[in-house]
Write a protein that binds this ligand. Structure first.
Ligand SMILES: [Zn+2]
Length: 283
């Protein structure tokens, strides 16, 4: 079905919308071994964002995922270069507790660049409940930070049961379920219903028909967040799915920018982006 709502028409005609800026809450950056990404460097990604109407990308740099010695530096540098377009998650690799602790300690100096932490239990091979994650969880809870973690169905590392344990343990963390327990959509729904601090992040969810409607109907669009894993997936694909799903334009505004604006508000004070949000709200 081709949607013909006001918002859809604007996107079909212009490729983006002034009234509906996109906040992509799950991105990466840089080269990746084994896959060729044609537009993975900072400037190229900003180019993609411009084409698709993405106002802000919150990301973790590929360098930080598996190379804790290089760590999060590349992400901080990119944010400082484009402070009105980028924010970063500080990646914590629990396999190197000393290094992870150092990253947490430097979070303070880089507070202008960060909005929270990124966990990748499936890459790092440790469950979110493991003791080597504890310092990071406690740091996030104390600062009421965002934590974006990958979540996959049936995984002992980051599946629904593990998520339930950490959500109970750290109610002050704003917990973004990356990929929404991909494949176990009912589990994602019940987690979001049971814990008001849980958000359903939609990267890769767009590959399955009917899930957007299910989440919006059974949880509500106020708890869904736009995400693409940029540069892995194209924002226009995700936007097209949202425009073609049987949801309202109000839902689309919630998913694309309103929920993110609310979540990010405490982190974006005193910079250009806040002014942009303000202008948008008062116009
Ligand atoms: Zn990711």
């Amino acid at each position: 079905m081709i949607c013909d709502s006001d918002l859809a028409r604007e996107f079909w005609e212009l490729g983006k919308s002034d009234s509906c800026p996109i906040y992509d809450m799950h991105g990466h950056m840089g080269r990746w071994q084994g896959i060729y990404f044609p537009r993975a460097e900072t400037e190229q990604m900003i180019g993609t964002m411009d084409e698709c109407g993405v106002r802000l990308l919150v990301f973790s740099h590929h360098d930080a995922l598996l190379a804790p010695d290089i760590g999060n530096r590349s992400a901080v540098e990119a944010v400082r270069k484009y402070p009105d377009r980028l924010r970063a998650y500080c990646v914590v690799n629990p396999n190197y507790p000393d290094r992870a602790m150092a990253d947490i300690v430097t979070y303070e100096q880089n507070r202008d660049a960060y909005v929270g932490l990124k966990f990748l239990p499936d890459y790092h091979g440790l469950p979110l409940t493991h003791g080597d994650y504890r310092a990071a969880w406690e740091f996030a809870a104390e600062g009421e930070l965002l934590v974006l973690t990958h979540t996959w169905k049936d995984s002992e590392l980051d599946g629904p049961a593990t998520i339930r344990t950490v959500a109970e343990r750290y109610p002050r963390v704003k917990l973004l379920l990356g990929h929404s327990c991909h494949g176990d959509w009912d589990a994602a729904v019940s987690l979001a219903r049971d814990f008001p601090n849980i958000y359903l992040e939609l990267t890769a969810v767009f590959d399955d028909r009917g899930v957007i409607e299910k989440f919006a109907g059974e949880v509500g669009s106020h708890r869904m967040l736009f995400g693409t894993d940029l540069p892995w997936f194209d924002p226009h694909h995700a936007i097209g799915v949202l425009l073609s799903a049987a949801i309202s334009d109000e839902d689309r505004h919630n998913i694309c920018h309103r929920n993110a604006e609310t979540l990010l508000e405490p982190f974006l004070r005193a910079n250009m982006l806040e002014e942009a949000i303000h202008d948008h709200e008062t116009s």
